[in-house]
Write a protein that binds this ligand. Sequence first.
Ligand code: F6R
Length: 369
Amino acid sequence: EKCGYASFMLKEIAEQPKAVADTLLGRIDGSGTLSLDEVRIPPGVLREVDKVVVVACGTAFHAGLIAKYAIEHWTRIPCEVELASEFRYRDPILDQQTLVVAISQSGETMDTLMALRHAREQGARVLAICNTNGSTIPRESDAVLYTHAGPEVAVASTKAFLTQLVACYLVALYLGQVRGTKYGDEIGDVVRDLSGISGAVERVLGTMDPVRELARSLAHKNTVLFLGRHVGHPVALEGALKLKELAYMHAEGFAAGELKHGPIALIEEDLPVVVVVPSPRGRSVLHDKIVSNIQEIRARGARTIVIAEEGDEAVVPYADHLVRIPVTPTLLQPLVATVPLQVFACELATARGNEVDQPRNLAKSVTVE
Ligand code: F6R
């Protein structure tokens, strides 16, 4: 049931605040302690983990890329992220102290399933992050943390992605908690910020009219580029993937620091470039770097579409279009920064006459190889 929405995708985008809140529900107590009793891997085992490997495909892989920043920062455990389709055909170095995190909305993606079997054969423990109760991937894993996005019908993943991010943050924080990482007050603060994040997603959704209008005005374009740094880089990749699959446009995401190593040659007059700007607070060096990147591409004619925090004035002179997102801690920013990119892709695809719920050539769950 689309409940009055023009597409399942629009409905699912709108459901994100609830999906995020539901995925947090009952997992953080009043004192800010995480209780993930459902993670049936004993704390003793988690304390011994010396490497985390995240495997996933597509949008779930982008959630994994973001998880790496959180896991390494909060736990100091080295974390690798790999496309399941590559991992399964490699000869990866794994043992019983490796925690493999397999992320999958459907729980049926063949490459992710094969990757987890490959990991278990070598003695690694597998924790699944999954949205579908009783599906194959959680059944074959040592433990599962369910995302509570509810059924996702549109082929393009939206609400499942946001809940995968929440689950990844929970896993990172929980690993930090059981291992007693010396994270000081930071984790407590993050847990508090996570509790308010559903409201932040709701606020972003309330300000999307200019993004829709912009998307419609770009419907005739052939290419859109996306740039980001730090956790904004996977957000850029996700923005580009949404645009490819829905609008059938050439879209690419880059790490902004890579511009001079090649991609800047693509910049030409009036080329739309979406830039995800990190918070000017905290790691301000990242912010300053990206402001210079925006200046560089604009000087070469790019039409800059800047996604920046409320109150970030430094970007204003260089933004042809400015999209405001709420102030959030750096690591959590993808939860709010992705939303405008989903709306942008959905609206642009609709303006091009595409069927957003069923993009051509795609299936909701890829159970073949
Ligand atoms: C993109 C999309 C796909 C899936 C990918 C993995 O919008 O939906 O890239 O994310 O096929 O699917 P799951 O998460 O079901 O393993």
